[in-house]
Structures are given as C-alpha cells and as structure tokens.
Ligand binder design. Structure first.
Ligand SMILES: Cc1cc2nc3c(=O)[nH]c(=O)nc-3n(C[C@H](O)[C@H](O)[C@H](O)COP(=O)(O)OP(=O)(O)OC[C@H]3O[C@@H](n4cnc5c(N)ncnc54)[C@H](O)[C@@H]3O)c2cc1C
Ligand SMILES: *[C@@H]1O[C@H](CO)[C@@H](O)[C@H](O)[C@H]1NC(C)=O
Ligand SMILES: *[C@@H]1O[C@H](CO)[C@@H](O)[C@H](O)[C@H]1NC(C)=O
Ligand SMILES: *[C@@H]1O[C@H](CO)[C@@H](O)[C@H](O)[C@H]1NC(C)=O
Ligand SMILES: *[C@@H]1O[C@H](CO)[C@@H](O)[C@H](O)[C@H]1NC(C)=O
Ligand SMILES: *[C@@H]1O[C@H](CO)[C@@H](O)[C@H](O)[C@H]1NC(C)=O
Ligand SMILES: *[C@@H]1O[C@H](CO)[C@@H](O)[C@H](O)[C@H]1NC(C)=O
Ligand SMILES: *[C@@H]1O[C@H](CO)[C@@H](O)[C@H](O)[C@H]1NC(C)=O
Length: 549
C-alpha cells in the first residue's frame, strides 16, 4: 500500500519537474518575442496570425497572391458576389494560390466558433452586410449518407453558418487588417517564399528567402524567431527539410478519384415544401456502393420580389469518388446525369434553380498526411506546419478549414503555457497531429472502401511504395491491405449510421462529431457501443436464421 502511494508521489514530483523544465524561466506574462513569419495568408495563416499577435511584437504574413488588391479589399458585397459568380476559371479572381476557393465549402461548427471568437465583428458583419445565414439543422437540413437518412428528431438543435468560401476568406482578411495595425501584423503580398534559412548545426530554422512576383530579380531574406508554414496542400516543406537538414517526413497519400463540379444558383420553389425546406444537405457519397453525391448550402439570403423565389443564392456541388466524374460541359448534361444517378429530389431542386455561374470542375482532391510527430526531437526548432500544409483531407467531409482553425488554437494553448520557444515545435507536432488524426480517420475510413483506391506511402528512410486496388492482374502495383483498425472502423460506422437513422440521440452525437465540436471517440461510449453491437448481432442472427428457414 505504502509502496503504491510512494510510487504515485514520485510520479507526481517527476511530472512537475518535467513540466517546470519545459517552461519558460522568465515568467513575466507581458514578455513578447520579437518577430514571427507566417507563410501563406489564407484561412490557416490568418487565424494563426490573430492568435500569435499575443506573443510576438511583430508578425509578417508572406503571401504569394495579390490579396491586398483593392478589388478584394474594397469591393461592396454585391460587387464581390458578381465577381464570384462571373469568373471564367478558378484562377481568374487573383487567387490562383487557392484553386479550391470557388468550390463548395461548409464551415463546421467548431471552425465557426473559433473564427467568431477571434474576430468578434465577423459574424454580425457577414450576416448583415453579406447575406450569410444560420441554418437550423432541425428545420432546414437533410443529410443522407449513402442511402441512409439521418434521424430528424435531433435532441439539440445545431446551426450551420452558411457563406461562400471566397467571401468568408476575403472578409476575414479585411477584419484582420482592421483589428491589427500594420506594425503588429504586416502583409507582404505578391511575394513567394522560395527557401528556408537555417543553421544546420543548431537544427534551427532562422528565416526565409523570398522573391517578389512583381520584380522577379530581387531575392531577399527575412529573419525571425518563429516560422509557420501555412502554404496549403502544395507546401514545399518536404523538399526544404530534405535539402536543409536531410530529414525525411514519413507520408501517406490516398487517391480516391474524388471530383467536384460546383456552381451557384438562385433557388425557386419546386412545388414540394419538403424539398424547399432542404437548405443545407444532400446525399453524401459513401463507397463502395454509393460513389456519387450531391451537396448544397446557401451562400446569400436575398430579397426577391418574385413570390416563387426562395430568397436563397446557393452553392451546389455534384461530386463523386472512384473517378465516376459528373459532366462539366453543360448544365443540361449535368442535370441528365443527376437524374440518372442520384435520387430524383436533387434533379427537381436543380430544375427549379436559376444557374448564375459557370460549372467549375475540381479533380485534384486527395488525402495526404505528413507524420511530423514521428521525427520527434529531430524536427528543427522554431518551424512548424499548420493546416493543409500538415494534412489534407478528402473534401467530401468538409473538414479542412476547421482542422486548420483547431491547430491554430492549439498553438495558442502551447504559447499560453509559456514553454521555451525551442520546445514549441516538438510539443506542437505531437498535439497538432492528434487533431489531424481525428480528421484523418473521419476521411479515410470510407476512402479505404473506394474500389479503385491508390495508396502512396513514404517511410522514414525515403522509400516510396505505391499500392493500387484493381482487378487487373497485370497491374504494376500490389493491392493495398486495409489496416485492421480501419476494418473495425468501417464495420463500426456502417452500423453507427444504420442506428443513427433510428435514433435522434445518436444522430445528434454524430453531427457533433461532424462539426468537430466533439471527438470521434465520443461515439465509442458504452451506451452507443452496445446499441451498435446489438443491431449488428441482431442482423447477423437474422441472416443466419433466414438461411436455415
Ligand atoms: C474541392 C474542395 C472542397 C473543399 N470543401 C471544404 C469544405 O466544405 N469545408 C472545409 O472546411 N474545407 C474544405 N476544403 C478544404 C479547404 O479548402 C482547405 O482545407 C483550406 O483551404 C486549408 O487552408 P490553408 O490556409 O491551410 O491552405 P490554403 O487555403 O490552401 O492556403 C494556402 C495559402 O498559401 C499561399 N502560398 C502557397 N505557397 C506559397 C509560397 N511559397 N509563398 C507564399 N505563399 C504561398 C497560397 O497563395 C494560399 O493563400 C475543400 C477543398 C477542396 C479541394
Ligand atoms: C488588382 O487586380 C486587378 C485584376 O487582377 C488588376 O487589373 C489591377 O491592376 C490590380 N490593382 C492593383 C492596384 O494592383
Ligand atoms: C420523431 O419524433 C416523433 C414524436 O416523438 C415521432 O412521432 C416520429 O416517429 C419520430 N421520427 C423519427 C424519424 O424517428
Ligand atoms: C550556427 O550556430 C553555431 C552554434 O551557435 C554557430 O557557431 C555558427 O556560426 C552558426 N552558423 C551559421 C551559418 O550561422
Ligand atoms: C416531396 O418530397 C418528399 C421528399 O423527397 C417526398 O417524400 C414526397 O413524396 C414529395 N411530395 C410530393 C407531393 O411529391
Ligand atoms: C471538365 O473538367 C475536366 C477536369 O477538370 C477538364 O479537363 C475539362 O476541360 C472540363 N470540360 C469542360 C467542358 O469544361
Ligand atoms: C506497368 O509498367 C510497364 C513499364 O513501366 C508499362 O509499360 C505498363 O503499361 C504498366 N502496366 C499497367 C497496367 O499500368
Ligand atoms: C430481424 O428480424 C425481425 C423479425 O423478422 C425484424 O423485426 C427485425 O427488424 C430484423 N432485424 C434486423 C436488424 O434486420
């Protein structure tokens, strides 16, 4: 007995000393570091800048696009909308760095919570001036996964904040510039980061090399205490770490043949009230049997004198996994395709929709994870990856922006606890990767079921192996083996969704996880686990019974 107590005491003491050791010795709460550099001024970069302004005297955001252009900074709400709707291709709006920007984007609850806490005026502004709206999941939402409809009797009402990604990002940038003056947060737009400046023997990143896009001859250097890579899915971090420190980040990519066609339209009454009440929702693709999906969300509430108008401008996406791409040559062909492959409801909704934009395809979606935490203390000091730069998800689950916001918030927590600056990248890597892990499971569980899945893995020695699922025996790649844990998750989600169709309580719990307000592990709690186990067994015995009948 005493021995156990003694053991616990020693444990606690060791823990406290460990914590102390990692903390700043100077506990002066007003102390600020001098300068941080953030590469990339999109969702991840701007959220991080707002959080870190508490800990750094100066922050420089280096962004390769012309984001401070007056068209983006000064246009009125209607001009922005026109601009958004009339573009010819995704790079024509001066945001070539985020080609996904014009595709449908939903902002999950936790992402909205974080942004609205950081930028107190943002929510009201978006609603009042830009026609954003809050959609009640009880009344204006219908969500089918594969062919299973989630139960509508939610035990609590959740709300979806609806606005298009282009407006959200643009207004966020204006808020950031209003909230922080040019001395606290300085923007360098039209500027591309080309390399890191490092001290190899100290295993430290010291700064960046960059090049102005307007004056391509000038190559310059900028030093700082801390550097955050928020450059998104095509981040050069893998290359930079290899070149400068000879470090290899183990990675995993899943290619699922995900393809989107997004467009904007005004919704009119269909003559069926229950269809008109679906403001947010659709049919989520669910491999291997339901590889085509539909999603809609409002982007503006408008006033219309036409009694047939629903007063909604909406974003629509018709999408697929398994390379079963929807057509993008004409609206008529797209409608025919929807009529053939999706429930008739969506055809009816779209037939009563007035198209207001071109059809924009996007076929370069994938899941891609950098296992930064596996490098442990070998990871260089004062340098981290955040948002898509660390982990990219299949967009069909709508997790990316919220994932970036959560990682930025976690970084804030770490700074708040006053760790030594030199320990922060190591601590952050572990904590941020567990956020990525949750979203990663959310996307890849079903992605592993895609019939033509391709997996590319690079291990810590830099050896890359490609696997491809196919019936073609002459294929050059071996078949991917589904990890055991994945098989369990696939089985579990299958029954979870079936049970959620019957249970408002389970549907609510599931939506909290979709919103990233609760961890996916909350769905494993005993009361749900037993229910799910029970229905799976009941089905199993029914099947065997019917075999013997
Ligand atoms: C089709 C599609 C649909 C999606 N739908 C959703 C959704 O519904 N909900 C959701 O939450 N997420 C969605 N996502 C994911 C979401 O778009 C990303 O997760 C999110 O944009 C990540 O933000 P980020 O700031 O990390 O990167 P990005 O938004 O990609 O921004 C990177 C920034 O870095 C800049 N940059 C790049 N290289 C350099 C350089 N060398 N120097 C300087 N600047 C540089 C770029 O110009 C850009 O501004 C979707 C993605 C796709 C492809
Ligand atoms: C803003 O962008 C537009 C379109 O790309 C361009 O024509 C214009 O010159 C830019 N304005 C400035 C001040 O750079
Ligand atoms: C929702 O609840 C009502 C009232 O309790 C019930 O009549 C109805 O059948 C429930 N609907 C579903 C889909 O479970
Ligand atoms: C790197 O750091 C070491 C140790 O502090 C120092 O001696 C050396 O001059 C630095 N090298 C460069 C290139 O700055
Ligand atoms: C209206 O749409 C709902 C949802 O698809 C459907 O169940 C119902 O039968 C439709 N009503 C009419 C009158 O067509
Ligand atoms: C449809 O999308 C594909 C993939 O992005 C593209 O190659 C093709 O040109 C598009 N077709 C039309 C008519 O826009
Ligand atoms: C396999 O590789 C060979 C040589 O690289 C190539 O010619 C062949 O087309 C590939 N087969 C398949 C099915 O991709
Ligand atoms: C099993 O069979 C019974 C009676 O045949 C039925 O009521 C029940 O819904 C079935 N259960 C499942 C999970 O299919």
């Amino acid at each position: 007995m005493y021995l156990i107590l003694l053991g616990i005491l020693i444990g606690i003491t060791l823990y406290i000393t460990y914590k102390r050791k990692n903390k700043l010795i100077n506990d002066d709460s007003n102390m600020k570091y001098d300068h941080a550099i953030i590469m990339g001024g999109s969702i991840a970069g701007m959220t991080t800048a707002a959080y870190l302004s508490k800990y750094f005297k100066r922050i420089t955001i280096v962004e390769s696009d012309d984001v401070l252009n007056e068209t983006l900074m000064k246009s009125t709400a209607n001009e922005l909308l026109d601009y958004r709707c009339n573009l010819k291709c995704s790079s024509s709006l001066g945001r070539a760095g985020v080609t996904q920007s014009y595709q449908i984007h939903v902002l999950q609850g936790e992402g909205a919570n974080i942004l609205f806490e950081l930028f107190p005026n943002l929510k009201a502004k978006l609603i009042k001036e830009y026609g954003a709206c809050l959609c009640s999941l009880r009344n204006k939402f219908r969500f089918v996964i594969g062919d299973v409809l989630l139960n509508k009797n939610l035990t609590e009402d959740l709300h979806w904040f609806c606005i298009d990604r282009f407006t959200l990002e643009t207004i966020l940038r204006r808020e950031l510039c209003l909230q922080y003056n040019n001395e606290q947060i300085q923007w360098m737009s039209n500027t591309k980061v080309t390399q890191l400046i490092v001290n190899q023997s100290k295993n430290t990143v010291l700064g960046i090399k960059y090049r102005s896009k307007l004056n391509s001859d000038t190559r310059m250097q900028l030093y700082s205490d801390f550097i955050i890579d928020c450059t998104g899915r095509y981040s050069s971090s893998i290359k930079w770490l290899k070149e400068n420190f000879d470090l290899i980040i183990p990675t995993e990519e899943l290619h699922t043949g995900t393809g989107y066609v997004s467009f904007v339209g005004e919704r009119f009454k269909t003559g069926n009230v229950s269809l008109d009440s679906i403001h947010v929702g659709g049919n989520a693709a669910h491999a291997p049997n339901h590889n085509k999906g539909f999603l809609t969300t409002p982007i503006r509430q408008i006033k219309s004198s036409d009694p047939k108008s629903l007063g909604l401008l909406s974003n629509f996406a018709v999408y697929c996994v398994n390379s079963e791409y929807p057509p993008n040559d004409s609206y008529e062909n797209l409608l025919e395709w929807i009529k053939e492959y999706l429930p008739i409801d969506y055809y009816l909704i779209l037939k009563s929709t007035k198209l207001l934009s071109p059809l924009l395809p996007y076929r370069r979606a994938f899941d891609s994870r950098k296992y930064v935490e596996l490098l442990g203390r070998k990871w260089p000091l004062n340098y981290i990856l955040l948002g898509d730069a660390m982990c990219v998800f299949n967009p069909k689950n709508g997790q990316g922006m919220t994932h970036a916001c959560r990682q930025a918030k976690q970084l804030n927590e770490i700074f708040k606890q006053k760790y030594h600056l030199k320990d922060i990248s190591f601590i952050y890597n572990r904590q941020a990767s567990s956020i990525s892990e949750e979203c990663w499971l959310g996307s890849t569980t079903n992605d592993w079921a895609v019939p033509t899945l391709k997996v590319i893995k690079t291990d810590q020695y830099g050896k890359t192996t490609t696997y491809q699922r196919s019936e073609d025996s002459t294929s050059n790649y071996s078949q991917p083996k589904i990890p055991l844990f994945m098989q369990f998750l696939q089985w579990y989600t299958h029954w979870l969704i079936k049970c959620a169709a019957q249970s408002g309580e389970l549907s609510t719990a599931f939506l909290y996880v979709v919103f990233q307000e609760k961890t996916p592990y909350s769905l494993l709690q005993p009361k749900f686990f037993l229910k799910i186990l029970y229905s799976s067994f009941r089905n199993y015995f029914n099947l065997t019974k019917s075999l013997f009948d």
